[in-house]
Design a protein around this ligand. Structure first.
Ligand SMILES: NC(=O)c1ccc[n+]([C@@H]2O[C@H](COP(=O)([O-])OP(=O)(O)OC[C@H]3O[C@@H](n4cnc5c(N)ncnc54)[C@H](OP(=O)(O)O)[C@@H]3O)[C@@H](O)[C@H]2O)c1
Length: 319
């Protein structure tokens, strides 16, 4: 079969022949149809992801660990839990029986691959307990996940949505999909802190954080009251780390600003994920929630892997 094969950590997968997977006891072969290539896949291939050792510990390996494919009887499913070295970026892969679930009818498989990013955005409710009318700040709103978070917050009934990015043209697009106010983070630390204060209205209720690093450090510092007073509680959901894996958190940020920090996984269990998934499916079917995808054939993987021009569109490989 043809596959995207990674030969060295930090390298680019190459389109080449690879032995077909053979199903062992309790396994099933998947005929792969669509795979979203995300930052996490690139970080694993680069050896920089905290959970990556398992995937790149033995090379060569086929990257990506989930996708959409067909079972031997033709049923279209979302699959995961691949058996290494057979990742998802190939014509075929192999997973344990049951490590898949049917995809919703009538939705393009390429779109289904991207729905996971909208599900994560639902952590605004599952992790932060968002209620309609609240003010939401999306940190890193020009990326695929951040744009979806703006759309999801709008659909859930946010009172105000403030969105950040570092490119004015992309921020105009983010405004067009639902942000009320945008902040360009590519300014001095002082100017950025002031921009967060100017845009907060009566305070941020929830922050969906896809950036971490410098912008989030400045935000948390800006939320500290300038007098002996208590700030409005702000629930921060940590989702991504596009701007940095670490930040300095001052004692006063936690002590006085009412900041609470959660991981995006908080509140997710099998039942909640199912409910959230159904909501995302309903919005997608009705056209209320749209996904920007850039489909490429598997044979283009080397060029596609290096692309930096996607600007809010998810790269989806169609083997
Ligand atoms: N936990 C989850 O389930 C989950 C799900 C989806 C995503 N994520 C995480 O969320 C983050 C974003 O994912 P994505 O898929 O939306 O990625 P993406 O489409 O590549 O977008 C990345 C975003 O980060 C911005 N960015 C990149 N480097 C930056 C820097 N140094 N300073 C400030 N902004 C920077 C980009 O701005 P430009 O447009 O200006 O380049 C863009 O807005 C990643 O860390 C990803 O792993 C997590």
């Amino acid at each position: 079969m043809k596959a995207a094969v990674l030969h060295e950590v930090g390298g680019v997968p190459r389109y080449e022949d690879f032995p077909d997977p053979v199903a062992g006891d309790g396994e099933v072969i998947i005929d792969v149809k669509a795979v979203a290539v995300e930052n996490v896949d690139k970080a694993i291939a680069a050896g920089t992801h905290y959970a990556g050792e398992k995937y790149v510990g033995r090379l060569p390996v086929i990257p990506a660990f989930d996708g959409i494919g067909a079972l031997p009887d033709g049923t279209l499913v979302g699959f995961g839990n691949i058996r290494l070295p057979y990742g998802a970026l190939a014509e075929k892969t192999v997973v344990p029986q049951g490590s898949y679930k049917p995809v919703p009818d009538g939705i393009d498989p390429a779109v289904v691959t991207v729905m996971a990013s909208a599900i994560t955005a639902m952590s605004v409710r599952t992790a932060a307990g968002f209620v309609p009318g609240e003010t939401v700040l999306v940190q890193g709103a020009t990326g695929v996940a951040g744009r979806l978070a703006v759309k999801v917050a709008r659909l859930l009934g946010a009172g105000r949505i403030v969105a950040t990015g570092r490119d004015d043209a992309q921020l105009r697009e983010v405004r067009a999909v639902g942000a009320d106010t945008v902040i360009n983070t590519a300014v001095s630390d002082e100017a950025l802190a002031q921009a967060y204060l100017d845009a907060r209205g009566d305070g941020y209720d929830v922050v969906l954080d896809y950036l971490w690093g410098r912008p989030s450090e400045i935000l948390l510092r800006a939320l500290v009251p300038r007098s002996f007073a208590f700030g409005k509680p702000t629930r921060v959901v940590q989702i991504g780390e596009s701007a940095g894996t670490e930040l300095a958190l001052s004692a006063s940020s936690l002590r006085t600003s009412g900041v609470e920090v959660y991981g995006a996984a908080k509140g997710f269990d099998a039942q909640t994920i199912d409910e959230v998934y159904q909501q995302v499916v309903t919005w997608t079917r009705s056209g209320e929630l749209t996904f920007d995808v850039e489909k490429v054939p598997l044979s283009d993987i080397e060029t596609a892997w290096r692309r930096t021009d996607l600007k809010g569109r998810r790269l989806v490989v169609m083997p």
